[in-house]
Design a protein around this ligand. Sequence first.
Ligand code: GTQ
Length: 345
Amino acid sequence: MNDLGRLEDLPKDYIENLRQLNLVPLWPSLRGVLPPKVPTRQTQPTHWAFKTLKPLLLKAGELTPIEKAERRVLVMANPGHGLDKMQASSAIYLGMQLLLPGEWAPSHRHTPNAVRMIVEGEGAYTTVDGQKCPMSRGDLILTPTGLWHEHGHDGTDPVIWLDVLDLPLMYYMEVSYHINGDRQDVLPGQGDRQYARAGLVPTQMFERASHPYPMLRYPWVEAKAALLSIAQDKPALEQVQVAYVNPETGRDVENVLGFYALMLRPGQTLRLPARSPAQVFHVIEGGVQASVSGKTFELAEADTCCAPGYEAVTLKNLRTDQPSFVFVADESPLHRKLGVYENRG
Ligand code: GTQ
């Protein structure tokens, strides 16, 4: 590979002349924007321990009333991107949100897609597009682009959940905005009841086209049962994993990020291949050791970590007598749509 000319090789007055005309020479930066073979990634492997995060989130509950926060969230920011950017990866935003008993986070809608993975507490709910979605540990609740959503809490103890959004991508694209609304009327009908059995969908063909998001709540009891059933049915299967899909299309539940639940068998070590999308791992039940790019994290229950794209990840179940369960979020729907998805093995 031949060396390219540097900026310092050019006369100062020439560069200044270009700059005043909003012009920049490509060749000094060409290898930077198109590096050889592997992209430059700002995303660093990063671990957020729930044990250390939780007291700070509860403290935010004392310091800032919900009316002053709208959404009381501690953002899990990747230092590789700079904390101010509030990015876990180039496309993924992660936040841990707290709602105290009796609190209400008012209705709004926005262009970024969101999901919530419930971490702790009972009695809270999210109303999405008129559907009241109760929150229990391990449940996945969608708030896809443009749908009204608000959070309420009728229980007695704090409720905490993990927010996963494609906010960094939407912001970068200059399409990120929100609209505030009135408290929603709760409408009859819940997708998770209508689509409660695999392979059986309600026969309402004419309605399907108008409902791009027929199911908004994916209960953990169902996902866990599916994983245990697959593991039992296929004892030699290495990657015991389910994808959260739209039950009408069989495709990813949202447009940009993909969501999965993974079961590690007792004592299992699983190597995930190096693929282009960045990933997030969050322990729903158990304990997992995660290794990526020479870094190793011990993830306890409710801990979260992220891994840059193009890197293999090794996950080890720290429990030798029981399975561990991991929620995974990645950028693969986006990569597939952009035509840049790669699995390098
Ligand atoms: O709960 O609607 O973490 O709008 C960031 C933006 C949560 C939410 C976040 C949001 C929300």
